[in-house]
Design a protein around this ligand. Sequence first.
Ligand code: ZN
Length: 82
Amino acid sequence: MKCSEASVALSKQYDGGQLSLSEKKHLDEHLAVCLPCRNFKSQLQEITQELNSESEISKSSANQDQLPQSTKDKLSQKLDKK
Ligand SMILES: [Zn+2]
């Protein structure tokens, strides 16, 4: 497997796509011998984790917007005391 193929396979994997067994095997074999592609993989992992935590934050802030103003005030008062 070439680096270009490995990066395509990695992007596919972290994009929620499924790799075939032979793709996975070739990718693992390539990652075992190729440091740049291992770095690329860890970058993808970090980005994926960041995206996941960002969507968690936007979910909770969206819920807060639905609360009535009085509830929000109580909430911020509680937070201020901490
Ligand atoms: Zn490579």
